[in-house]
Design a protein around this ligand. Structure first.
Ligand SMILES: [Zn+2]
Length: 414
């Protein structure tokens, strides 16, 4: 559940609401038995539910920030508990459990990747396909009439909790949910991106929710998640292609919102590197052997936040395209030092991620890979806010395609 806190207020004094919450998380992290864990867990969940309903995001974020730098295990416990409480609100008499569900889709296209409203028959079709291929027979799914872009997902814990309550109630009552798609934030246009089908499932207490929790009737063996994903990919891709024309798609395993989003974000990075290589080859008409990739680690508050990959053409210093590779969840270092002001130069690299990036670049045929030793600050273009990428000399540059490239004009560079 590791993610980096959003602000630097971690060492400020905790509010009167945050303090008891932090204490509960610490007590849970220190519990010596399952018996004791259960006790603290119950108390923690009971404390979180009203906070999520009363929109106390500040308290939640402040407590997470504080624990991130003072008690890492308690931080993990609290983050996990918040996500669980958000996704599975208590609804009705408690005989039914609900889960906020996301089905991520990785997509790439040189044209716009669709998002927003989807028609009724498509909603009905996806609902049926998910029931048949991903969910248990006992689960009842209600899907929204919308294809979400990352910009349109709920931003805060409390807004996600509100969506979970609304969809969860509909799943319990077995009624449809229609989202007002008019006032949603605009979707930024990228070469490759993620889209989400979002819904909620309701299952009677103690019953399985997904196919991989159910023994097959024929041989009594559990279906693996890989098999479920394979089945979903076959039927889901076909149906999605109709509402996402001109896109190359890769469906990910539908799951609880936070897990599904994290897995999709992780997978989207490699997907985006592959898409970029294919895009550069076609837009610039160059073989991958002529493309150079420069990989740099970008730090914030002394920790590596993301890697950025700058693509250049052989023999020129210009960056023609770039990919950001953010670290996600447990990929952040081990327990962080409570003092942020560390010597950036001595900060250990993340060798696992770095070699993953290198291997991927080689896989797409790029041979000239420069892994830069130095650490870079998180710099963005002052005009358009796009990230700056390193060139082979370690200079940070704005990514710009040469003017004569065959780029469709609907495509934004950033
Ligand atoms: Zn710019």
């Amino acid at each position: 559940m590791r993610r980096k806190p959003l602000n630097t207020a971690s060492r400020s004094k905790l509010s009167k609401y945050a303090k008891p919450l932090a204490n509960l998380a610490i007590l849970l992290a220190d519990a010596g038995s399952r018996l004791e864990r259960r006790f603290w867990k119950k108390k923690l969940f009971a404390a979180l539910a009203p906070m999520l309903e009363s929109r106390s995001d500040t308290t939640l974020v402040q407590t997470l920030d504080h624990l991130y730098s003072t008690n890492y295990r308690a931080y993990d416990e609290l983050a996990f508990a918040i996500e669980n409480t958000v996704e599975s609100p208590a609804i009705g008499d408690g005989s039914v459990d609900v889960l906020l569900l996301a089905a991520p889709i990785l997509a790439w296209s040189t044209y716009n990747i669709p998002s927003g409203k989807i028609d009724e028959s498509t909603v009905a079709l996806f609902t049926e396909l998910l029931h048949k291929n991903v969910l248990s027979d006992q689960a009842h799914l209600v899907l929204t009439n919308m294809l979400f872009s990352p910009d349109q997902l709920p931003e805060s814990y409390t807004s996600a909790a509100e969506l979970a309550r609304q969809l969860g109630q509909a799943a319990v009552d077995k009624v449809m949910v229609r989202i007002d798609t008019e006032n949603l934030p605009a979707t930024q246009s990228f070469l490759s991106d993620v889209r989400y089908l979002i819904g909620a499932i309701a299952v009677p207490n103690g019953q399985p929710a997904f196919k991989w929790q159910v023994e097959s009737h024929s041989n009594g063996v559990l279906l693996s998640k890989e098999e479920v994903l394979e089945n979903w990919r076959v039927v889901g891709s076909q149906a999605l292609q109709k509402i996402m024309p001109g896109c190359l798609l890769e469906l990910m395993l539908p799951n609880g919102l936070y897990n599904a989003c994290r897995e999709a974000e992780k997978e989207a990075r490699a997907y985006s590197v592959r898409a970029s290589a294919a895009f550069l080859e076609s837009a610039l008409d160059v073989p991958p052997q002529k493309i150079c990739a420069s990989v740099g680690a970008f730090v914030d508050r002394g920790e590596i936040e993301e890697y950025r990959i700058g693509f250049s053409l052989e023999g020129t210093p210009d960056v023609v395209h770039g990919v950001v590779w953010p670290l996600i969840g447990e990929e952040y270092g081990n327990e962080p030092d409570p003092v942020y002001e560390r010597d950036i130069e001595s900060e250990p690299d993340n060798p696992v991620i770095r070699s993953k990036i290198e291997a991927l670049l080689k896989e797409v045929g790029i041979r000239k890979i420069t892994v830069l030793e130095e650490r870079f600050p998180l710099e963005y273009c002052e005009d358009c806010g796009s990230p700056l990428y390193p060139n082979p000399e370690g200079e940070l540059m704005h990514a710009e395609l040469p003017e004569d490239s065959e780029l469709p004009n609907t495509m934004q560079l950033h």
